[in-house]
Design a protein around this ligand. Sequence first.
Ligand SMILES: Nc1nc2c(ncn2[C@@H]2O[C@H](COP(=O)(O)OP(=O)(O)O)[C@@H](O)[C@H]2O)c(=O)[nH]1
Ligand SMILES: [Mg+2]
Length: 302
Amino acid sequence: MTNWLKKLGFGLKKSSSQLTSSLSSIFKERKLDEATLDELEELLICSDIGTAASSKIIKEFASHKVDKEASDEDIRKLLAQTLNNILQPCQKTFEIGNHNPTVIMMVGVNGAGKTTTIGKLAAKFKNKQISCIAGDTFRAAAVEQLSIWAERNNIRVHKGENGCDTAALCFDGLQEAIKQKDDIVFIDTAGRLQNKTNLIEELQKIVRVIKKVIPQAPHHTLLCLDATTGQNALDQVKTFRQMIDVNGLIINKLDGTAKGGILAAIATECPIPVYFIGVGESIDDMDTFSAQDFANGLLDIN
Ligand SMILES: Nc1nc2c(ncn2[C@@H]2O[C@H](COP(=O)(O)OP(=O)(O)O)[C@@H](O)[C@H]2O)c(=O)[nH]1
Ligand SMILES: [Mg+2]
């Protein structure tokens, strides 16, 4: 078992133990009748899986013939399989492509893990020449935090004065990246949602300016989510997709949350690729998303 899976398993325990203990009490009688299914649906909805995904799971579950002698584990396995089918559309390999440079923009609300994700991701492309643009110019600490990650990864960081214009910073930073022949440029952004109109305008302006330098960029716009916020994370996917062209998700803080079910809600309502999951604060606490491993983890199947 890899390190992250152990951590994920540990983290998902909170989600998992809640789910599995309630499951066994529901299925004590082992009658798969309407009432049992209703109870199961309620349980799923309460596990942050959401109404749409829950009813999908129930439909699929009901279509299977469950033997009267089915054990707790049989039921969990069947549910895990159903959940895996729901999560599959989100499992996709992240290809950076060969764009000289590939521009990867990180978006998301404050605290969703954008800066940390840049640090973890940069470490995954050790054989590439990488730079990053400290686009969260609003908070001095954010620039400092990115600089620490940059130093750790031995990559260049392009930063400006406190409070400077992010779009202008990107304009300069991208030109420099082209000059230096970087393979990858990460763009960190600010995520304050207090004023949605401002954030929309700011992000759209950044994208417009990026395109002035490199018309096809950003090649990836990755939305970071904090899994501990549960249903709120689903709302953020919807909100950010209205603003800009988000083409992938990074779901952070899956270590130690009881809200892992949120992935099923996202997979059902906004099925875009979940490229990576974050399971801690360290440089190697991130890995690709596996639907099967996740479903097994949630239903405590080894
Ligand atoms: N436990 C845990 N903490 C995380 C994870 N990702 C980020 N963090 C922490 O969450 C906090 C906010 O992360 P940060 O990258 O600054 O978020 P940003 O505001 O979106 O840039 C920091 O203290 C990170 O160390 C994760 O996967 N698990
Ligand atoms: Mg940040």
